[in-house]
Design a protein around this ligand. Structure first.
Ligand code: FEO
Length: 169
């Protein structure tokens, strides 16, 4: 495999585990404020990010590349209002999309079509991730400013259940 592509894929393992850690921090923020539904939503999100990390890990192994695991950074975002984690989550997903796009571009440059095909799932997934984050911001703006609306939204988010990724390697 092209070494730039391999290195970027390896770095993405770390970025995805960092994403899991960031979302767990957001879950923790809501749990501490009694919003168990919001906490559940972000715990499920954290679980999905671990899956993403494992897909990159397995893909490299399946292609006989050496995986190097680096330290995962401490989540350092500061949240004050209940809406803060939601805007931070959208901003973070846009950043992850840019990372996936950069790997895709490097793979195309190297004519590594196996990797571009592998990344197709992530390109689509990022579209969903950004939409989910954006929808949450919209709902919070519509309903979150009064107690009954916030209670209903929290109940809705409590219903999110984890599902394994549709991509299997
Ligand atoms: Fe792994 Fe939220 O993208």
């Amino acid at each position: 495999m092209d070494q730039t592509v391999s290195q970027l894929l390896n770095e993405q393992i770390n970025k995805e585990f960092y994403s899991a850690y960031l979302y767990l921090d957001m879950a923790n923020f809501y749990a501490a404020r009694g919003l168990d539904g919001f906490a559940n939503w972000f715990e499920v999100q954290a679980h999905e990010e671990q899956d993403h990390a494992m897909l990159f890990y397995r893909y490299l192994q399946n292609n006989s590349e050496t995986v190097t695991l680096e330290a995962i950074a401490k989540p350092d975002k500061v949240f004050e209002t209940l809406a803060d984690p939601l805007s931070a989550a959208l901003e973070h997903e846009k950043y992850v999309t840019s990372l996936i796009n950069a790997i895709y571009a490097a793979a195309q440059e190297a004519r590594d079509f196996r990797t571009t095909q592998f990344l197709d799932w992530f390109i689509k997934e990022q579209g969903e991730e950004e939409k989910n984050a954006s929808d949450l911001i919209t709902k919070m703006a519509l309903f979150g400013s009064e107690a009954k609306g916030l209670y209903m939204l929290n109940s809705e988010l409590a219903a999110r259940v984890y599902a394994a990724p549709s991509l299997v390697l």
